[in-house]
Design a protein around this ligand. Structure first.
Ligand SMILES: C[S@@+](CC[C@H](N)C(=O)[O-])C[C@H]1O[C@@H](n2cnc3c(N)ncnc32)[C@H](O)[C@@H]1O
Length: 439
């Protein structure tokens, strides 16, 4: 989300000779007609243009200026196609500028500007190049309907973009398709560059979460050299690409069932030059015909990827096992303290034999110095409890799928973002290894 800036719309101005400028200005100010958001401009023929509010200056005012305010003055109207923002306007935030531009335009249409309309303007948005994606909680008042579609031109112009789209709720259809509609422009394709990786996708068909950037960076730094990965919820390649481009993965099997996301993913693999190290498995990952291949499985689905856990266990390598990265939204309750650093039992192995406590540890850190660094991050008790229950379930699934006992160990719990009040999006890194045969 951003609060960006941009160029302003054309404005109407009244033109007169320089010696009448001050009298015109006084009159327009008195009548509340002077547009203070734009500078008075000197025209090429030496006349002066004073920007006015609204789409035109009613004839009565023009008459008044010509005959009483400044007799003998030339008084014509013009349009400043490239108006220069005044110092005051330049100091505005984009949201303030949007409010000024829209209110001015709305009033010129005879609609009364109200606190309700002002509160219904967007305050934040996602910028994708020249496309601005508005959130669902703006432009909901009925009055806007009569002002469409020109309204969208004004909004886009005030915020310096050519295309506008508006988000609805993420559809509960499993594809996590955001119900996005184009308000201005027909084409929803955009390009993003994140950590040196190019992502192209259609905002009306695929989701892009800016909030996951910390996790994308973390994934990019995981020690995956030479490893085979399965990304069970690949989308447009949010995690598949950092694994291939930065983390050195040898090969990624990327699963995706949204045809629009699959098209974008295929294209993104090509434009980032890693298509030869990825196989896309189009369709429902629960029916995936793949087993015993993965050193690492990525399960990037919220609120929960639990339906993918059996297949994640199936694709792990039978001989050596690997690491599962499991996303989950975990609810926590206000008023409870965070687990103090160091008191966490993370790292306790889920082991079928008498167990040893192992400090919580990131994969690429030496076991010896891991506790100090990693446990300095506060872990909520609810995250910890969820991790333990996930671990218990996965040990059982591994035993069931592979027909022999496995051990698991919580390597790390990574907070990604606050998803909603008291709901955190976290990732559990769970190491899973087959138990050595005894006797
Ligand atoms: C939340 S998006 C995630 C993309 C990316 N992992 C992220 O977190 O930003 C989840 C993706 O998984 C896909 N998906 C959900 N369930 C699936 C299933 N059973 N099989 C294949 N793809 C699935 C959706 O279409 C969507 O593109």
């Amino acid at each position: 989300m951003e609060r960006g800036g941009g160029k302003l719309a054309a404005v109407v101005a009244v033109v007169t000779e320089p010696q009448f400028t001050q009298r015109y200005r006084d009159y327009l100010e008195r009548e509340k007609l002077l547009d203070r958001q734009h500078r008075v401009e000197k025209m090429p023929d030496g006349t002066v243009a004073l920007p006015v509010r609204g789409e035109a200056l009613p004839e009565q005012h023009l008459q008044e200026l010509r005959t009483h305010v400044a007799p003998g003055s030339t008084c014509t109207l013009t349009q400043l196609l490239d108006p220069v923002p005044s110092k005051k306007a330049q100091a505005c935030s984009p949201a303030q500028r949007l409010c000024l531009e829209v209110s001015r335009w709305v009033e010129a249409r005879g609609v009364t500007w109200s606190a309700e309309l002002e509160a219904d303007l967007p305050r934040s948005w996602q910028r994708h190049g020249n496309l601005l994606l508005l959130s669902e909680d703006c432009f909901q008042a009925k009055q806007w309907k009569n002002l469409e579609p020109e309204l969208w031109e004004i909004v886009a112009s005030a915020l310096g973009v050519q295309r506008l789209a508006k988000r609805g709720r993420v559809l509960p259809d499993g594809t996590r398709t955001p119900a996005v509609t184009m308000l201005l422009g027909d084409d929803g394709w955009v390009e993003h560059v994140d950590n040196g990786i190019r992502y192209k996708f259609d905002v009306t068909q695929c989701m892009f979460s800016f909030g996951n950037i910390s996790e994308k960076l973390r994934v990019a730094s995981l020690p995956c050299a030479g490893q085979v990965l399965v990304d069970l919820y690949a989308g447009i390649g949010y995690f598949t690409l950092p694994f291939l481009v930065h983390a050195g993965a040898a090969f990624v099997h990327a699963c995706e069932w949204n045809p629009h996301a699959e098209v974008a993913l295929r294209n993104n693999l090509e434009i980032n030059g890693v298509a030869d190290r990825c196989q896309i498995h189009f369709g429902d990952n629960r029916k995936l015909k793949l087993s015993n291949v993965a050193d690492r499985v990525y399960l990037g689905l919220i609120p929960s990827s639990e339906e993918g856990w059996p297949i994640a266990c199936q694709v792990l390598r039978k001989d050596t096992g690997g690491v599962l990265h499991i996303h989950q939204n975990v609810e926590s309750f206000p008023g409870k303290n965070l687990q103090p650093p160091g008191s966490s039992e993370l790292g306790k192995e889920h082991w079928p034999y008498p167990q040893q406590i192992i400090p919580n540890q990131r994969e690429h850190e030496a076991p010896g110095d891991s506790r100090r660094k990693v446990l300095s991050a506060a872990i909520k008790p609810e995250w910890h409890r969820w991790a333990e229950s996930a671990e218990t379930r996965i040990v059982a699934l591994l035993q069931q799928v592979h027909g022999k006992p496995w051990k698991t160990r919580v390597l790390h719990i990574q907070p990604v973002k606050s998803y909603a009040p008291h709901v955190d999006h976290i990732v559990l890194d769970l190491e899973c290894r087959p138990c050595p045969l005894v006797g």
